[in-house]
Design a binder for this molecule. Structure first.
Ligand code: CMC
Length: 413
């Protein structure tokens, strides 16, 4: 016997709700959100367009990796020279962006804005200065991606000069055109040309941070570009998502946590049971320890060991050269504390460090101000975001998931 559509409706609605309940995963945990040719993450491998991360960290430069992500292949010698020249030519900022950065000094000093906020607004202004801002065609997007990649380190550098009340370094040309990308960013931030060691460690950290599949900020950029909105808008959304301490903001918070431990246990407490006591207290109070854990990696983050090794080596060499102490401690002592914290986390909680944990100590060793750690993450991830935005626009479908209603039952108004 056939039933009427009206009679079928409650049963259909109930089964629809049951389907949704069955498909539901809080935080989209384990949900496949789309396809990508940019990056693959497995428990045992991290791959950028076919190249494994240890291989890239050991043998490539950031500019080569940026080309790989944006243009889709390993660059030949001439292609790389052309790409580097394009980035150098695009480093300088429009005066509207520079004067915004200068005008943000008071907000930065009062704490009403942090560098990630100023960077987000500066990128928003960059959009108005970009002649192709509204053009979502692939060739225009590639040009915009290069401009963003070139200009973001200049924003970070100029912002640090404003914070330090120093004349803007390399104002006319966005730094020193003879320096590579990573070295030039450090030069613009400090006014000093970095050592080869510092430049290489920064370069590798940018490679490690460049791309990571459907992480929260990249997914944000894909959701925004999926509405056919523009690249600059999507990048502003990406910056906002990356700022959070559960994502990129963890590199700043990881260093702040180590400082807090030193403050509480004293320098003499490093390597002793006082650090265990501090950690046990954190476990008992259910505190999230920043720079640990990962939604996807359950046996450790491939990038963390690479950066830990490089950062520690640099810290040892700085200490051997007898340079001044960092805060209360010499650089290697911060790494000694970091290793102790890592061991306790693994022994007691079976939770591994992620890339943000060694990043904090490494950038600290390079005397980079802590509030610039996440903006530097942006300077790297801009390449991955733009690659994803171009990919999304090239084969678009609006990203629009469902939700499960938890509000009141239907009632009469
Ligand atoms: N400290 C203490 N406990 C933790 C941590 C941590 N960092 N990470 C996970 N746990 C515990 C968590 O409390 C939970 O325990 P229980 O089952 O007893 O409730 C269990 O491990 C599973 O954790 P979860 O919260 O379900 O894991 P998730 O996949 O939702 O979260 C995460 C992943 C990255 C948000 C989380 O590990 C975290 O908050 N870490 C600290 C922030 C951080 O370092 N973020 C950087 C992420 S990777 C690089 C990047 O994006 O920049």
């Amino acid at each position: 016997m056939s039933t009427s559509p009206a009679k079928d409706a409650p049963a259909a609605a109930a089964s629809h709700t049951a389907d949704k309940q069955a498909a539901f995963a809080k935080g989209l945990d384990g949900v496949i959100g789309g396809q990508t040719a940019v990056c693959s993450i497995e428990q045992d491998k991290l791959i950028y367009r076919g190249y494994e991360i240890h291989d890239l960290a050991a043998h490539a430069t950031f500019e080569q990796v940026a080309f790989l992500l944006l243009e889709g292949r390993k660059p030949g010698e001439h292609e790389l020279a052309r790409f580097k020249a394009e980035l150098i030519a695009e480093r300088a900022l429009h005066p509207a962006v520079t004067s915004f950065i200068e005008s943000s000094a008071g907000w930065l000093a009062s704490g009403r804005a942090v560098p990630m906020d100023v960077l987000r607004t500066a990128v928003s202004i960059l959009a108005h200065t970009d002649p192709e801002c509204q053009d979502n065609a692939a060739p225009a997007e590639l040009r915009k991606a290069k401009r963003l990649t070139a200009k973001i380190p200049t924003i970070i550098g100029h912002m640090q000069n404003v914070i330090d009340a120093r004349a803007i370094v390399g104002l006319e040309r966005g730094g020193d055109p003879t320096l590579d990308h990573a070295a030039n960013m450090l030069y613009m931030m400090t006014g000093k040309r970095p050592s080869a060691d510092e430049a290489r460690v920064m370069d590798v950290s940018l490679i490690l941070y460049a791309e990571h599949e459907f992480n929260a900020s990249t997914f944000t950029t894909r959701v925004i570009s999926g509405t056919l909105s523009d690249m600059h808008g999507a990048v502003c959304g990406g910056i906002a998502a990356l700022k959070g301490p559960l994502h990129g903001g963890a590199n700043e918070m990881a260093m702040e946590m180590l400082k807090e431990i030193v403050n509480d246990v004293g320098e003499a407490g490093i390597g002793t049971s006082k650090v265990d006591d501090w950690m046990n207290n954190a476990f008992e109070t259910k505190r999230k320890l920043m720079g640990f854990g990962h939604r996807v990696y359950k046996n450790g983050d491939h990038r963390a060991g690479i950066l830990m090794g490089l950062g520690k080596k640099m810290a040892d060499s700085i200490d051997n050269a007898g340079q001044p102490t960092f805060g209360a401690l010499r650089a290697p002592r911060w790494f000694a504390l970091g290793e102790q914290v890592q061991k306790i986390m693994l022994d007691k909680k079976k939770i591994h460090p992620n890339v943000d944990f060694p990043c904090g100590m490494t950038y600290f060793t390079m005397k980079i101000p802590v509030p610039q750690y996440t903006p530097i993450f942006v300077a790297a991830r801009i390449t991955g975001w733009c690659a994803h935005i171009i990919e999304q626009h090239s084969d678009n479908r609006l990203i629009r998931p469902l939700s499960i209603y938890t509000g009141p039952a239907e009632k009469k108004w």
